[in-house]
Design a protein around this ligand. Structure first.
Ligand SMILES: *[C@@H]1O[C@H](CO)[C@@H](O)[C@H](O)[C@H]1NC(C)=O
Ligand SMILES: *[C@@H]1O[C@H](CO)[C@@H](O)[C@H](O)[C@H]1NC(C)=O
Length: 126
């Protein structure tokens, strides 16, 4: 399965979650990605205890950025880093799936003035 970002100027994706079994209370069958989190990093988010891992193994493009400090205090941990896509018409996440299985994909987008330009980016999501 590929999630494509097309005609991307500066897009960012945070807290990307792939949910295999939506009814599961535990975290088996889920992967929760913190986009832009440094490679090999992970943490347990304190309020939800959801385990987030870096999105780095799932995508080859994009740039890791941090949101502006003024937004960090009031937002969840998984928003602190973002992945922006300054280059390429398409930037794709690649996740392993099982044929014939239904998946729920949930994504959160947050700008947080990571580039200091104070200008919301425009992008398409496929
Ligand atoms: C991530 O961890 C793997 C396995 O331990 C290691 O081979 C790799 O060099 C690490 N990457 C970074 C950027 O630290
Ligand atoms: C996806 O599956 C391939 C083939 O089994 C494996 O090499 C790869 O590490 C998997 N990728 C992830 C992100 O789990």
């Amino acid at each position: 399965m590929e999630l494509m970002f097309k005609h991307l100027l500066l897009a960012l994706l945070c807290g990307f979650g792939l949910i295999l079994l939506a009814l599961a209370q535990d975290q088996s069958g889920f992967i929760s990605l913190d986009c832009g989190l440094p490679t090999n990093s992970s943490y347990s988010e304190p309020t939800t205890t959801i385990n987030y891992i870096s999105d780095a193994p799932f995508i080859d493009t994009g740039v890791s950025e941090s949101i502006d400090a003024q937004y960090k205090a009031t937002n969840q941990l998984q928003i602190a880093h973002v992945r922006s896509f300054p280059r390429g018409k398409r930037n794709c996440y690649r996740v392993n799936i099982t044929s014939g299985t239904e998946y729920l994909v949930r994504a959160t987008f947050f700008y947080g003035n990571y580039d200091g330009l104070n200008k919301l980016p425009k992008f398409d999501l496929h």
